[in-house]
Design a protein around this ligand. Structure first.
Ligand code: GDP
Ligand code: MG
Length: 178
């Protein structure tokens, strides 16, 4: 994995995977810039953003976040995208059962081809759209539990659970031995 050697200051590559339109770019923008732009255009090309957080034990984690326009859909490119990633965040939209199916695909793909110690998080986004919900919280929880993943429902729109998502990932990162 890509943590650096300093036990108190981790630096990790994080990739986001999931169907187009589930809110990957919005989650990143909310986390990094504290913004939500409902009119934002589709990501053009791959974008790269970083954000550092401090955990309660005073460890800092610098997330180097890779967000793409969906190039990872071409299965030949996917391994290039998540190679060296210490963290994979698999996102679906709670109003879209199809996106949940795609999330299950990504879980399998990463188990086969991802780094053995990769930290995986499962995220049900658009939790603000509860009236249109079609994927039960329990279904997300079950998928995550079966696969040893962290699970959370978020809203990039309201900012609900966005910081919590990254804090929980930080807590689960393997610490380099001193
Ligand atoms: P990506 O293709 O996975 O990167 O998805 P985007 O981040 O581009 O978001 C796709 C669409 O979903 C945009 O119209 C966003 O405004 C909308 N969206 C993203 N996150 C949320 C959310 O938490 N709640 C709601 N209601 N809409 C969202
Ligand atoms: Mg995007």
């Amino acid at each position: 994995s890509s943590e650096n050697a300093d036990a108190k200051n981790l630096r990790v590559k994080l990739v986001l995977l999931g169907d187009s339109g589930v809110g990957k770019s919005c989650i990143v923008l909310r986390f990094v810039r504290g913004e939500f732009d409902a009119t934002s255009k589709v990501t053009v090309g791959a974008s790269f953003l970083s954000q550092t957080i401090a955990l309660q034990d005073s460890t800092t984690v610098k997330f180097e976040i890779w967000d793409t326009a969906g190039q990872e859909r071409y299965s030949a490119l996917a391994p290039l995208y998540y190679r060296g990633a210490a963290v994979a965040v698999i996102v679906y939209d709670i109003t879209s059962p199809e996106s949940f199916k795609k999330a299950q695909y990504w879980v399998k793909e990463l188990q086969k081809h991802g780094a053995p110690d990769i930290v995986m998080a499962l995220v049900g986004n658009k939790a603000d759209l509860h009236e249109k919900r079609e994927v039960l919280t329990d279904d997300g929880m079950e998928l995550a539990e079966k696969n040893g993943m962290f699970f959370i429902e978020t809203s990039a729109k309201t900012a609900d659970n966005i910081n919590q998502l990254f804090e929980e990932i930080g807590k689960r990162l393997p610490r380099p031995s001193p």
